[in-house]
Design a protein around this ligand. Structure first.
Ligand code: AKG
Length: 270
């Protein structure tokens, strides 16, 4: 992560990583989604949560299970979970031993509703926080929205209030519902293959999708190795675990403590 990227992520709570996927990876992911298009489940048009400015004609689409799809369709999604263009950001923000907490996809067709603005720095959430301490950032849940289709500046889709990951006061509901101070909310344009990195405690949501082409964003969630939000009961590796590379296995792990370099040789003798 460059100094400029650290500065921008600290100030805004998000960053656009251009060309995270190659054109071949984007093509493979879109072909896989096309093949599984009948599995996209259209939500019941309720994410606007009563907002008159976020409502749409239809619900957005959700798709999951990509890591378990038959080959070759699963391959590019398995590459994404430990992608060399993306893991350096996770190492910086989550530290060694970061864990995958989920991979799913959002689709939006023209007229699909937006998503009310949720999360934000207040109240502080142990699993979804953001801290700066002793020269580095410490994040809780941290996500990539990997774009499989272009997102133009007026298209809609992922939007946020930059800097809200550091909020100290509760956000008023009329701002969350996009009824007031709309000019403070930023919709993030990106090209197919770009990844929007954002910390979950950034207040974020979605604007209604107005473009003619389908929005396709792969949402990949991680947390530090000690957090286990998406884990219930005993940890069981997924059935496809043995098919993964070592780097991919490393992110599919039970919560664990990995001691970071604490600077003193005394720690290394224990
Ligand atoms: O990208 C969007 O439409 C909203 C995503 C979102 O709210 C989330 O990932 O929590």
């Amino acid at each position: 992560m460059t100094d400029a990227e650290k500065y921008l992520f600290d100030v805004h709570g998000y960053l656009v990583i251009e060309n995270a996927l190659s054109p071949e990876e984007v093509e493979a992911a879109n072909a896989a989604v096309d093949h599984h298009a009948d599995e996209i489940s259209i939500r019941p048009n309720d994410l606007a949560n009563g907002s008159t400015t976020l409502r749409g004609k239809t619900g957005r689409g959700d798709l999951g299970g990509m890591l378990t799809w038959d080959k070759p369709h699963c391959d590019v999604f398995r590459q994404m979970i430990a992608h060399p263009k993306l893991t350096p950001y996770l190492e910086e923000l989550l530290g060694p031993g970061f864990r995958l907490e989920g991979l799913s996809m959002i689709t939006m067709d023209e007229g699909a509703e937006g998503f009310w603005f949720h999360e934000g720095g207040e109240p502080f959430d142990r699993s979804r926080g953001f801290l700066y301490r002793n020269g580095r950032m410490y994040c809780g849940m941290t996500n990539f929205a990997v774009q499989l289709t272009d997102v133009g500046p007026e298209d809609g889709g992922f939007a946020c209030l930059p800097g809200s990951h550091k909020a100290n006061f509760p956000c008023p509901d009329d701002i969350r519902l996009y009824h007031t101070y709309k000019d403070r909310i930023v919709q993030i344009p990106a090209k197919a293959g770009d990844a929007v990195l954002f910390v979950e405690c950034l207040m974020h949501g979605g604007l209604p999708w107005v473009a003619e082409h389908q929005r396709r964003s792969v949402i990949i969630r991680y947390n530090s190795g000690v957090m286990g939000e998406s884990l219930m009961g005993d940890y069981t590796p997924p059935p496809f675990y043995d098919e993964l590379t070592d780097a991919q296995k490393a992110v599919i792990s039970a919560p664990q403590y990995r001691r970071e370099d604490k600077g003193s040789k005394l720690y290394r003798t224990q």
